[in-house]
Design a protein around this ligand. Structure first.
Ligand SMILES: Nc1ncnc2c1ncn2[C@@H]1O[C@H](COP(=O)(O)OP(=O)(O)OP(=O)(O)O)[C@@H](O)[C@H]1O
Ligand SMILES: [Mg+2]
Length: 257
């Protein structure tokens, strides 16, 4: 078997709160496989974002270990790109849509290659027509797609995404879910994806990990036995899909009790 991309070993994260240090995550044992699509679900406040931040190099474990390619790290490793939940703040208002997508790659590539990369990323999220607009003129869903385009343009090895499709309408969400799986298949990226949407987790994930409690721990995981090629209509009618969905809903409700 390939070596895992991430290894968390009894990882604990404490953060400062008004009442002193608080343990946010405890005893996290998790391996993220190469080219795995891992979904993280769990109630609000169970530490999903904190875990993603630890994987992305934005916060370090206070005990135990979080390793990327076998090594501890203190800042975002090369090739690991995070799409944050508060996407609005991540866009530069004085840059056009296209210039926002160019952020982070324009120093590395230029000319026709840069243009191709930007065109591809904008097309993937359906923002070609808006490329000359400024972020303030975009709807929330378009701003979110812009942030995704920016992440895709970086051609990341690992994509960490915090509820990236939460604010989108159902049709756009379905389209982007399929695009994301296609992108993963064609680029071989590893994806860790937070969602509150049970259907999204089962449809997208090779594996779904459930966080629960406070401090947050890994309560359980599910591997939906679905084919690699998925389809919004027929996959969601498969007995395996319905069974995995039922199981995950039961566990989520059980964890919330
Ligand atoms: N920077 C911070 N400093 C102190 N405490 C924090 C910080 N960020 C989050 N927390 C606390 O950590 C806990 C977990 O927060 P986190 O954002 O990881 O949860 P979450 O599972 O992503 O929730 P949601 O589903 O609502 O996004 C919460 O109790 C929160 O108050
Ligand atoms: Mg969160």
């Amino acid at each position: 078997m390939n070596s895992p991309v991430f290894i968390c070993e009894r990882a604990e994260v404490r953060l400062a709160s008004a009442t002193g240090d608080k343990v946010i995550l405890q005893g996290i044992d998790l391996q993220v496989g190469r080219q795995e699509f891992l979904c993280l679900v769990g109630g609000s406040g169970t530490g999903k974002t904190t875990l993603l931040r630890a994987l992305g190099g934005f916060c370090a474990p206070t005990s135990g270990a979080v390793l990327y390619e076998g090594k501890a790290f203190r800042s975002p490793p090369e090739g690991v790109v995070t799409v944050f939940q508060d996407y609005g703040n991540a866009l530069l208002p004085w840059r056009t849509v296209r210039a926002n997508v160019a952020l982070g790659i324009e120093e590395k590539i230029s000319g026709a290659e840069l243009d191709r990369r930007l065109d591809t990323a904008l097309a993937l999220v359906g923002l070609q027509k808006a490329e000359r607009e400024y972020p303030a003129k975009l709807s929330g869903g378009m701003q979110q797609r812009l942030q995704i385009a920016r992440a895709l343009a970086l051609q990341p090895k690992v994509l960490l995404m915090d509820e990236p499709f939460g604010a989108l309408d159902a049709m756009t969400k379905a389209k982007l879910q399929d695009e994301l799986r296609n992108i993963q298949a064609s680029t071989g990226a590893t994806i860790v994806f937070i969602t509150h949407d049970v259907d999204e987790a089962i449809y997208l994930g090779d594996r779904v990990v459930l966080l629960a409690g406070s401090p947050g721990t890994i309560a359980s995981e599910i591997r939906p036995p679905l084919p690699a090629r998925r389809d919004q209509i027929s996959t969601k009618e498969m007995p395996e899909y319905l069974h995995a969905r039922h199981e995950l809903l039961e566990r989520l409700h059980g964890a919330a009790r």
